[in-house]
Write a protein that binds this ligand. Sequence first.
Ligand code: ZN
Length: 223
Amino acid sequence: MEIAPSVHAVPLLNVYAYLVSEPQMTLIDAGLIGSGRRVERYAARLGRSMDELSRIVCTHAHPDHIGGVRELAGDRDVEVLMHPADLSGLEVTLRDAVANRNRGQLIAYFTRHPGEASPLVDGDVLPILGGLQVVHTPGHTPGSICLYAARHRLLFVGDALQVIRGKVTFASQVFSEDIAEARSSVARMAELDVETIAFSHYRPLREEANRVLRALARAAAVA
Ligand SMILES: [Zn+2]
């Protein structure tokens, strides 16, 4: 499904990855382990090969977002990019996770490490889609990022927002590490001029995105 020129929502198991099909391709998130073949098949239908993939950007380090990174980056010359707060969070032992009774650490322990990755921080701009801006929106995980393409007024939010019964709302209370921080991070999204919100687990929102983001930011501010 093409959601903007050269931007494809690739349906994987219960999650979307986004393939930017410019001459050098970029993938935003990579699904669970085993998702590589599905991404490859999608690209093949566009007449493209994974050998044209130059980077994978990870919105955060949960297993349904980075599980497929290694099989896609593999031996290819693919740069993997992630916020350092999530990359360091993956360096956890089972003993630490159990001792700290920390759900985030437990998830991290069972997440397949993406291998070598380069840091990506707030304000970085990737040379795709006319400039894809990194917006650090911690809370769901410490290193959760959104990606904003001003040219298309398109915002990729990863799991920083979800949709429940048709309504956009804050990140999951169950799977987020710091829900208060996740709520206040919405203020960063509300500063942007957004027409389309691209979620990881839901179809894109194309109606009244700015109004929705600003209402959530206000709700977070008074809570
Ligand atoms: Zn997540």
